[in-house]
Design a protein around this ligand. Structure first.
Ligand code: CU
Length: 513
């Protein structure tokens, strides 16, 4: 069998859907400058390990470019990375390049995307995760073909060995006698028995291998996270404990080695299940070896879904999830001498914010209680796995374009949650990957090669406030978030911006077909 066909059979029989830092939303999107060129990059995850990731690069350039990709595994030296794959121009396109890369093992990877042209050269590290979560079923047709081929092999082996035992010593044109026929049948019976035993043993081995694989699969967020709320004085304090799960990827002391993302070890998003759909984006602080604590903002009593983004020291990023019930806000107003200090970057959206129902017929306006408006620009109907058209304009209470300020290093942070909680994604203008994981790979690259990512001809300073191409009348009040909704359904999108020193959260409801 040719190696490619063998690989295909292997993939079909024993491959698994990959997990991402985000939940139920595996593809990765990047928007930013690569060298001197503004580029939008999409990485479509293969869904299996090993598997082929598809990479699409849209570049704003009139000159011919050479675009290449290299998969860098976190645990492998950059000098041992495979040779780059060169992207091809997509048929009928003028600035869309596509290519594929094999991801051979589970773990943290970075895709090094490099663009070369007459006006310069630049590269970017886009981190991705590769972890098995689901076993793909064997297609019935392939199963039937393999069963028939197996039966042919089984019968052929018996016939060949029996013929060799009974007739191989006979001269040509001499018919087998009684002795030869007896030898023939004894050999056929023995071969049948041995092959049957081998098949039974093989089935047992296969079943145990499969059981082993299944026990390591993870269907949702990880690592395991337990949550507890206690009331101290006038504060409600949420404690989170991250523990080792079946993946064994987080040990009792590993919390201390989490990679800070925008300066925080954890980014916790809480979404109320009740009528109010209250929301917060807060940053629990490490207390001890694996526990984190945070003062809860004034969220109403309700059951809350938690989505907690973190990046491990291995460059692997993930989202831990759980539910928690918040008790009512304590009525007492006393001065707490031991009160826990809230992180100044904690933010929330509670009463006073009405979710704006997205419409593809025109702009969708979310009016915030202070008068600020976050406007989702008019776009085509939303479809799964198509550009989500998340482009927003912010206007101040007087209706003028608002001057946006960086909030934790970004011009915007956004959270996307499907109504059943099975899809969660954390977005920024640069993309939906972990910035901490990107930093991990950029550091690895510069340590091992002596060349920092983006140094080859790229003007990194331009990235600091790059938010995408602003529309007419936009400018610094405009945000573009590269993303595609992964599946049809009802979604809620929280868009966070900072203006006038105040973090504001716009809320939008959208139905994706
Ligand atoms: Cu963020």
């Amino acid at each position: 069998m040719r190696p490619r066909l063998l690989l295909l059979v292997y993939l079909t029989l024993f491959c698994f859907v990959t997990a991402q830092a985000h939940i139920g939303s595996p593809d990765i999107f990047f928007n930013g400058l690569v060298g001197p060129w503004p580029a939008s990059i999409t990485i479509r995850m293969p869904g299996v390990v090993p598997g082929r990731a598809e990479i699409l690069v849209q570049v704003q350039s009139k000159e011919p470019l050479t675009i290449s990709f290299v998969p860098l595994a976190a645990g492998i030296a950059v000098s041992n990375a495979p040779p780059p794959e060169t992207a091809q121009m997509a048929a009928g396109e003028t600035n869309l390049y596509t290519g594929e890369l094999w991801l051979m093992t589970s773990g943290a990877y970075s895709i090094d995307v490099r663009i070369r042209g007459k006006s310069g050269e630049g590269n970017v590290q886009i981190p991705i995760d590769s972890v098995a979560t689901t076993q793909l079923p064997l297609p019935p047709m392939l199963g039937q073909i393999l069963a028939v081929l197996g039966l042919i092999l089984f019968c052929s082996a018996i016939v060949i060995i029996a013929a060799a035992a009974g007739e191989s010593a006979l001269p040509p044109d001499v018919l087998p006698g009684k002795t030869e026929r007896r030898k023939y049948w004894i050999a056929a019976t023995m071969t049948g028995l041995v092959l049957t035993l081998a098949l039974v043993g093989g089935k047992k081995w296969w079943d145990s291998e499969e059981k082993d694989f299944r026990s390591g699969l993870i269907a949702g967020g990880w690592p395991d996270m337990s949550a507890d709320v206690r009331v101290e004085g006038s504060q409600r304090i949420l404690s989170l404990t991250l523990t080792r799960n079946k993946m064994g990827m987080l040990g009792p002391n590993d919390a201390a080695t989490l990679q800070p993302d925008h300066g925080k070890l954890l980014h916790l998003f809480m979404v109320g299940r009740g009528r109010d759909h209250a929301f917060c984006h807060i940053h629990p602080v490490l207390q001890g070896k694996s526990s984190f604590e945070v003062v809860l903002p004034p969220l109403p009593e309700d059951d809350y879904e938690m989505f907690c983004d973190l990046t491990l020291s291995s460059g692997f990023s993930s989202t831990a999830t759980n539910m928690v019930h918040l008790p009512p806000i304590p009525a007492r107003r006393i001065v707490d001498t031991n009160a826990l200090t809230a992180d100044p970057d904690d933010s929330w959206a509670i009463d006073g914010v009405v979710a704006a129902r997205e419409s593809s017929h025109g702009d969708t306006v979310c009016r915030l209680s202070g008068g600020t408006q976050i406007i989702w620009k008019a776009h085509q109907s939303l479809r799964a796995n198509r550009d989500a058209a998340l482009q927003f304009l912010v206007r101040d209470p007087a209706g003028r374009p608002a001057k946006l300020e960086p909030y934790m290093g970004m011009m915007s942070h956004a959270a996307v949650v499907r109504s059943d909680g099975r899809v969660f994604s954390h977005l920024h203008p640069w993309g939906n990957y972990s910035m901490a994981a990107q930093m991990f790979f950029e550091t690895k690259m510069s340590k091992e090669t002596g060349v920092a990512t983006g140094e080859v001809g790229a003007d990194r300073s331009k990235l600091d406030d790059w938010c995408g191409p602003p529309p007419a009348g936009g400018g610094s009040s405009f945000i573009s978030l590269p993303y595609e909704f992964p599946t049809p359904g009802d979604y809620r999108v929280w868009v966070q911006i900072k203006t006038g020193g105040q973090v504001e959260t716009g809320v939008f409801d959208a139905t994706v077909m």
